[in-house]
Design a protein around this ligand. Structure first.
Ligand code: GYE
Length: 305
């Protein structure tokens, strides 16, 4: 807290601020890039960032948030691993007058006064973009069997990416999701689930993975089964991290919907506004694109993460 403040609306100096950030985990390339970007942005801004990694466990995030409340940080930011079950701890932050910013993932709390802003992607839109590609890619097919590799159960991106995709492909009965299981957004999860599901569904046409890492795990499983990823079985993913883009350029993935992890600068901006008592937008949506194999080849040399 600043002690040199002279009146309402005065922005405290960056070196007087402390922000507590509770990260989901280190499950994917996306997450690694997100962590790096957030840490770098606060470093550049000269604002102290307390950082904790919840290892994909909600109880760890709740503990971290409570400890930030106890320490009296100026702002709490976090990326909620799952959507539900946050009201109690968010109420505790509110009672302690500590503003909370949701970063990357949302909560399903009915009381939106529990947080000041939600900065991140529109995951339903991402799922729709994935569905639109599938519709075009398989325009001439009579039947399309799909395996869906879901993200972490109960997480906003897993729920919304499934929903957006189903919304689009659901209008054409030739598309059938023959199996859908969580791979927890990890490469090893994607590999294990694909290995198992390929045995019962050897004639699958498309794997829709909720992130690149699970798609990369699926590639390993498909190759181990003696098949060609991207050719015998097409692969559609979300994120566009470097390893995913490389696999896309190599022809092993067929299409990637981008989800940007570069949220650091915007988060710093929100923090600065909140502590200065300025209005902040309650929802800030990240701008994103999509990549074909040709576009991945062109974009790879400049890809930062
Ligand atoms: O797509 C996935 C990560 O919440 C948008 O989490 C994020 C997702 C991202 O593990 O790779």
């Amino acid at each position: 807290g600043a002690d040199s403040s002279t009146g309402a609306g005065d922005a405290p100096a960056p070196e007087d601020l402390i922000v507590g950030f509770s990260q989901v985990g280190a499950e994917s390339g996306w997450r690694a890039a997100n962590t790096k970007d957030i840490q770098a942005a606060f470093e550049d801004a000269g604002i102290e960032l307390k950082f904790s990694d919840a290892q994909q466990k909600q109880e760890n995030q709740i503990k971290a948030i409570r400890s930030y409340i106890q320490q009296g940080v100026d702002v709490i930011a976090f990326s909620p691993v799952v959507e539900s079950g946050w009201d109690t701890v968010l109420k505790e932050a509110k009672d302690a007058d500590i503003p909370v910013v949701l970063t990357d993932r949302s909560v399903d709390s009915a009381d939106t006064s529990l947080y000041v802003s939600f900065l991140g992607s529109d995951f339903v839109e991402e799922g729709k973009k994935a569905g639109n590609w599938a519709t075009e890619e398989f325009a001439d097919a009579d039947a399309v069997k799909i395996i869906q590799l879901e993200g972490t159960t109960g997480s906003a991106p897993a729920i919304d990416r499934a929903e957006g995709f189903a919304d689009v492909i659901g209008s054409d009965p030739k598309f059938e999701i023959v199996a859908s299981q969580t791979g927890d957004f990890t490469r090893s999860g994607g590999k294990q689930v694909t290995e198992a599901l390929l045995k019962s569904n050897p004639d699958v046409d498309l794997i829709y993975a909720h992130n690149d890492d699970m798609g990369l795990g699926a590639i390993e499983a498909i190759e181990a089964a003696g098949l060609k990823p991207g050719v015998d079985i097409k692969i559609l993913t979300i994120d566009a991290v470097k390893d995913g883009m490389q696999a896309l350029a190599d022809g092993k993935i067929n299409f990637i919907v981008e989800c940007s992890p570069l949220l650091g600068k915007q988060l710093v901006d929100i923090v600065n506004k909140v502590v200065a008592g300025e209005e902040v937008e309650t929802r800030i949506v990240t701008e994103e694109t999509t990549f074909t194999q040709e576009e991945a080849i062109a974009a790879l040399p400049d890809r930062q993460y």
